[in-house]
Design a protein around this ligand. Sequence first.
Ligand SMILES: [Zn+2]
Length: 307
Amino acid sequence: MFEKRLLRPIVHWRLARFERRYRYDMSYARELFELSPRAFLQFSKLFGLAAFAQDLPPALLYAAKFAATRHEDCGPCSQLMLDMALQAGVPRPALQALLQRPVRIGNDCQCFALSEALGGAADGFPSMFGAILGTGAGGGFCVNGRLLAGYNGMAGEWGHLSLPASLLARHRLPLWDCPCGLQGCLERYVSGSGLEALYRHLGGAALDTAQIAQRAAAGEGGARLCLDIHLDLLAHGLAQLMLALDPHAFVLGGGLSKLAHLYTELPAAMARHLFKGVRVPPILPPHFGDAGGARGAALLALQSQHR
Ligand SMILES: [Zn+2]
C-alpha cells in the first residue's frame, strides 16, 4: 500500500528527473498523486501485477493519461488502466480475474482512430489513419471501420519512426533522445511538446503551442520559422505513413489538431516528400475532439461482442 506522505518526495524527485531528461510535462501525474489516493491504489494493484515498480516514471506516464479523465470508476478510465497494464505486459486473463469481467484491450490513440473511422470525420472512407499530436504522437489505422492493431498491438505508433539524418541536417537540429529508448523519434519534434521544444531550441521562450501559433500569426520571425520546420518534419512523417499504408484519409487529433494551417499547408508539404503524381488524401480535423478516445473504447468493446 502506498503511504502518501512517505512516497511524495520520491515521486516528486523522480518526476522532476523525468521532466528534465525528456522535457515532458508530468503535472498530471502529480495531480493524480495529490488528488486521488484511491486511483493511485488501483494503479498500484496493476503496479504489483506488472512487476515494473522500479520503473516509476514511465508507469506514471500512463497514470497521467488516467488522471487526465478525472474519473475513477468510469469505462474510459478502466480502458486507460488496461492500456497501461498491457504496456507493462500484464496478461489479459490476469486482468479479467482482477476485474471480474471480460476485458478488451486497446490503446487510447487507436481508440481515437476507431472513433473517427466510425461515425467520425473519416466515416465511410475505406481506410483511415488517426494521428494524434499531443504530448506525444500516437495513432491508429482502421480498415473498413475496424482497427488493425497488429502482432504486438502497436500498429499506429508512428511517433517512434525515426527522422532521417537529411532532415535533421537540413534544419540543423540535434538528435534528441526519446523516452521509448530510441533516438531521433518523430514524436520528439512533431508532437505538441515537440513543437514547444523546437521553439526553445530556436532561442524562443517556454511557450505553449497556442502561444507559438499566435506569435507566428503576429509576424514573429522565430515562431514562423519554428512552424515551418515543424510542418516539414510532420509532412515527412505523414508521407512515410502513406508509403507504408496509403490510407484514404488522415484525421488529426490532440492539441495540435486545432492549428488551422496544418489542414491547408500539409498536403503540399507532404507532396514534397513523395513521388511525383501521388495524391495526398484528405487531412481532416477530428469530429469528436477529446472525447474520441472514450467513444472509441466503447466501440471496441461493442465490436468484440458482435464479432
Ligand atoms: Zn521513441
